[in-house]
Every structure is written in structure tokens, then in C-alpha cells.
Design a protein around this ligand. Sequence first.
Ligand code: SF4
Length: 331
Amino acid sequence: MTDNLLEIKNLKKYFPIKKGLLLREVGQVKAVDDISFSIRRGETLGLVGESGCGKSTLGRAIIRLYEPTAGEIQFNGADFLRAKGSNLRKIRKDIQMIFQDPYASLDPRMTVGQVLTQPFEIHGLLNSQQRLDRVKDLLQIVGLKASHVNRYPHEFSGGQRQRISIARAIALEPKLIIADEPVSALDVSIQAQILNLLKDLQQKLKLTYLFISHDLSVIEHLCDRVAVMYLGKIVELAPREQLFSNPEHPYTQALLAAIPRVAEGKKQIKKSLAGEVPSPINPPPGCTFHPRCAKKMDVCGLKIPDLKNHSAMTHDHRTACWLYQPHEKES
Ligand code: SF4
């Protein structure tokens, strides 16, 4: 068995744009555009980028909430996109998702007990007494009380609701959890508690995480490796220390420069990234970052750079940028 729990190859998710009375397809939004990467067992891979870069779509395509347009998803050695019957059910049980908004992701008409019993009902696991016992265990594992079982979501704070979502995600003892901005809707004071809970659960339950966030300080706190996404593509992928100490891609460098840091007792002024993310309906040719890149060259607007390793010293650090790849100089 390989070290990789998840292997994604050339994954695409395009959404059709339809117009007119006959709803003819007039274009496509390339939200995820030919992405390949893997996640190792037990690691936390961070996926970071500005809003609209496609990171949430990628998370949803991996779990098949959005059916991928093309590509391959190998999970634990099995072909997820072609799996059927009991194999498909097993993979679905092993990959769970935590969403950003714990208000929207919990049905307000269901008690916490009903919410947490649902995964066992769907998969036909345990009898009713065993389900109740397991639900009470789950509540305690995530830092709530067994006596909360008959309460409704509105009776909890935002942080407690996210704990309930986490309890639902771990109910079936999954191998991989895709956490999509799990703390960005919460007060800053609560964020650290939820991040620490996720870290504890990872150790206790041997979980692997894909952690999606726009917030690089959260990514730095939690992740082993980091993938930076821009306009449907991964532009840099590296171990956390390398990405934060030696970012190669100009987009990653700009994102890091925009993190407010406390230096010599004074808060640095937050520098913003120039310009807006272009529309994924009509992305710029070549490197899609070129309209915003201070280091762009002639080749950048003509050819798409591959995501590649550029140094024998750092085999695990890959970047899609012509600054590091041989190319013909344009006249
Ligand atoms: Fe900038 Fe060119 Fe690198 Fe794109 S390929 S990030 S435009 S230098």
C-alpha cells in the first residue's frame, strides 16, 4: 500500500454557462482546471488562495458533491470515480467534509441526537441503543456534554455548532476529512479552540486532512504541506516551512506579504495584492497570474508553466512559474 491516501490526477470541474430561451451552452467556468496532487496518510495538506480561486470547488469535487468533468481520484488504492455498490459506499464513509458555516450545515428542525444518528442510519450501522450510546460518546469527544443530545442547533453557540459538525464528520471513523474554511465563520477567540480540537482528533483517530482556507496564518498553524491555488490551478506546493521561508511563486510571495505581522512591537501595514482575480470564464492566456505579476516576462502571457520541482535540494517543492523553467526568450 502506498503512502498516499488520496491521489488526484488531471482533475477538472467545468461548469457550463447557458444562455437564451433554449439554454444553449455558450461557455464554461473552469473552476478546477487540470489539477494533480496527492495527500499522504496522516498529514494535513493546506489548500490556500483568494476567494474565487476554486479551492472550495476542488474540495467538493474530491468528495463528489460536484461530479468532476474529467480526471482521476484514487482513494486508498481504489478508483473513486468508477467505484460502484459496496465499494462506493465504503469510500463515501471514509471521506467526510466539514463546512464553513455551522448554521447552514445543521438542519434546525433536528435535535443534535438526530443529526448525529443520521450517518449510522444511512449506512445501516448499529442498533438504536448502540447509536444513542455512540452519539453521546461523540458529543464528549468533541468537548460537548452527553446531556446535549436532545437540544436543537439554535441552542448552541457558533463554536459549539462547529463541534457538532465535527462530531458528525468523525461519526463513521473516516480516513480523510475535507475541512472547508472550518473556522472562518467563528470569532477569533473560538478559532484556536476548534483548530486545537481538529489537531487532537487527528492524533487520536489517525485522520488525514485536506484543510481549505484563505487565511495563511491558520494554514501555518495546522498544515504539514501547503498547496497554493490560483484561478483553478495549483501554482505552488511545498512543505509548510519551505513555503513560508522560501516562497517561489510571485503569487505566494504576494499572499505572504499581505499577512499582517507584528514586528518590533509595531503592527506592519497590510499590503494588498494588486488587482482582482480575473474571471474564470475567460482566464488570461499563459500563466493566468501574469496580469497581476510584477515579474512577468514575454513568455508568461503565451505559455502555461507546468507545476515542477526546480532544485535538487528541495525535491518536494514544486512551482508553476517561468522564472524557474527554461524558456525561449521572445524577441
Ligand atoms: Fe509571474 Fe511569469 Fe511566473 Fe506567472 S510565470 S508568476 S507571470 S513570472
